[in-house]
Design a protein around this ligand. Structure first.
Ligand code: GCU
Length: 623
């Protein structure tokens, strides 16, 4: 008997559960960050600007998926990265072969899209999901190929034909990996391991008031470019000489002459980048029509390198702060706005389409608005493109939200990278007028140091836009609110969130309250509001009713118009959005109900209150 058992033990380890005793690595505990880093996939390549106007091959559509809560496809039972992970997309070659997954026979998820709203069983799922897609490709001779992902929430590891391509952290900014050496003529396959597992040291951290939609939530495509190509560029009005266009270009792969053209302005320039592929330019543009909400003029701008013409549609405007005023094209402006999440209008889930952007921004226009705060993370690229055309100004923000791990250097590096990715993608969008470095962060020395570094990075990356953040407030006296957060000193524009009438006091108390700040800077009231279930009616002091929300807005508007340093407002929020923190049955049902519009598109009574007020404000010359 004993011999027989031994025999089986040796012949078929898998059968009895024991296996070849893999050499026990030095560290049996979870690999140290350094060890983890040493096994990390490569970092993404520099973010390629204006992907949507390049030579691309879309990989959108159905992708096979495998749900992998234990990350079995990546780690072995000793928590060591596997050499035979799911990225190989292995299939059994012989009947003996042991392969315990099969993408081909797995179901599909739509890309772009989150998995939570596509599959009932994944509604609450947080963890790893493997995406696989095969495609046929013919690599254009002499060109480089990149795989571009518009966004993957939250971490993504990318393999092309079984070879590591790159990995990225951050759920709301795009990245691209160079796959020139990995992609083949003919059949190819790409595998992406996405995880939306929340972490305390991540950005955002593990608690937010929005749904943690996971997946490949934005466009995935192959981009092919010449061996030396235009990686990034900036084209804006010069400050303080606004009848001059200035900017720079950054090539990748060498230095070649670049033709820059703005045909409608009869501007043609040949740029000669230096050895590092960089060139700057300044050209007079006396007849230029400025971009503004009233006249959202856009110009064709072209950059030609050997093998590629990159076309863009760019509006030219100046935006600056002078004392307590925000000046658009040198004229004081009042920002009539509203906040919005990147939730798909009328169907919920992550939105990624131009259609979604048009619907949401169409409602902002219907409110007589000229501004929107994109909360609390960079939205998809369609938002700013549609806003450029529609003449809407935007506040764009990184998800440094609530209580981040302020003393963790990796968290700061992560936040800085997301800031750089946000600014790189939208720096040429006229509609984007404000960069925000965070929301409702606590007043502590560690946080102040962290945020001050972020503000400095933002200025370095783009000195042409005011920097803001949404701060909190407190009472200086019983009915006097003060905004004296020390971070205010670093900012150009003060954002402030307040919930008088909802989280504190009554809607009517707003009539009693006045505001002050030590800062000689413009204020944007970046959040206020209250929940209402669309169609729920009752008396004005009955919470959750449309009448309560309507009354709250009336009293808020009364209070806000008495603030002499107020230069804009973005009530919370345009549309009801999903949040796992909102569980009141029959009312919230996993939705934050502070929207002026329900997730089904029903306009609540407060919508009309704000629309009327904005019509009045629009009719008056800005203060
Ligand atoms: C906060 C926060 C939002 C949140 C809102 C609310 O101020 O910034 O993200 O959804 O309040 O409580 O509804």
């Amino acid at each position: 008997m004993h011999k027989a058992v031994m025999l089986v033990f040796l012949l078929a380890p898998a059968m009895v559960g024991c296996r070849d005793r893999a050499p026990v690595p030095a560290e049996t505990a979870a690999p140290s960050p350094a060890a983890e880093a040493s096994r990390a996939l490569p970092s993404p390549a520099g973010l390629i600007a204006n992907i949507e106007h390049r030579s691309t091959t879309s990989l959108n559509g159905p992708w096979h998926f495998i749900v992998d809560p234990y990350e079995t496809g990546y780690y072995d039972y000793r928590h060591q990265p596997r050499k035979d992970g799911y990225f190989l997309r292995a299939t059994p070659k012989t009947p003996r072969d042991l392969v315990e997954y099969d993408f081909e026979r797995s179901e599909t998820l739509q890309v772009p899209g989150d998995w939570n709203s596509q599959r009932k069983e994944l509604f609450y799922y947080e963890g790893a999901v493997w995406y696989e897609r095969s495609f046929t490709y013919r690599r254009p001779p002499g060109r480089r190929v990149f795989l571009s992902v518009g966004a993957a929430n939250y971490t993504a590891r990318v393999w092309m034909n079984g070879e590591a391509a790159c990995e990225h952290e951050g759920g709301f900014t795009g990245f691209n990996c160079e796959v020139t050496a990995l992609v083949k003529d003919g059949d190819n396959f790409v595998v992406i391991m996405v995880s939306n597992a929340r972490r305390r040291d991540a950005v955002p951290t593990d608690v937010t008031d929005w749904w943690n939609y996971g997946g490949l939530t934005r466009d995935v495509e192959l981009v092919d470019v010449p061996s030396t190509f235009l990686e990034d560029y900036s084209v804006q009005l010069a400050r303080p000489a606004p009848d001059t266009i200035e900017g720079w270009i950054q090539l990748n792969g060498g230095s070649v002459p670049v033709a820059m053209r703005i045909p409608e302005l009869k501007i043609t320039q040949t740029l000669q980048p230096d050895a590092a592929g960089r060139a700057s330019f300044r050209v007079p543009a006396p007849n230029l029509r400025r971009w503004s909400p009233e006249q959202p003029t856009l110009y064709d701008v072209e950059f030609e390198t050997p093998g590629e013409v990159v076309r863009d549609r760019i509006g030219f405007r100046t935006i600056e702060v002078r004392g307590r005023d925000i000046l658009l094209n040198g004229t004081p402006v009042f920002l009539r706005g509203v906040c919005l999440h990147e939730e798909a209008p009328l169907r919920s889930g992550r939105s990624a389409t131009e259609e979604d952007a048009k619907t949401a921004l169409g409602w902002v226009k219907e409110l007589n608005g000229n501004f929107a705060r994109l909360a609390h993370y960079p939205h998809n690229r369609n938002m700013a493109r549609v806003a450029d055309h529609a003449g809407l100004m935007l506040w764009s923000e990184i998800p440094v939200y609530w209580t981040i791990a302020w003393e963790n250097p990796a968290t700061l590096a992560n936040a800085k990278r997301q800031l750089a990715e946000m600014i790189r993608r939208d720096r040429n969008r006229a509609s984007v007028i404000i960069w925000s470095v965070g929301n409702e962060t606590p007043v502590t020395p560690a946080r102040l140091a962290f945020m001050t570094e972020l503000v400095a990075s933002a200025r370095e990356l783009d000195g042409g836009r005011p920097i803001a953040a949404a701060l909190e407030t407190h009472y200086a006296e019983p009915n006097v609110k003060i905004i004296d957060d020390p971070l205010g000193k670093e900012l150009d524009i003060i954002g402030c969130n307040e919930y008088v009438g909802w989280y504190e006091r009554t809607p009517e108390d707003a009539d009693l309250i006045s505001w002050k700040t030590p800062y000689d800077k413009p204020l944007i009231m970046s959040e206020f509001g209250g929940d209402a279930k669309a169609g729920l009616h009752g008396s004005a002091d009955a919470r959750w009713t449309e009448e309560y929300q309507e009354s709250l807005y009336r009293h808020q508007i009364g209070m806000l118009r008495r603030i002499d340093f107020l230069r804009g407002m973005t009530p919370w929020i345009l549309m009801d959005f999903r949040s796992p923190r909102r569980v009141l049955p029959g009312v919230q049902d996993n939705y934050n109900r502070k929207g002026l519009v329900s997730e089904k598109g029903e306009k609540k009574k407060a919508f009309a209150v704000l629309r009327e007020y904005y019509a009045q404000v629009a009719a008056q010359p800005a203060k």
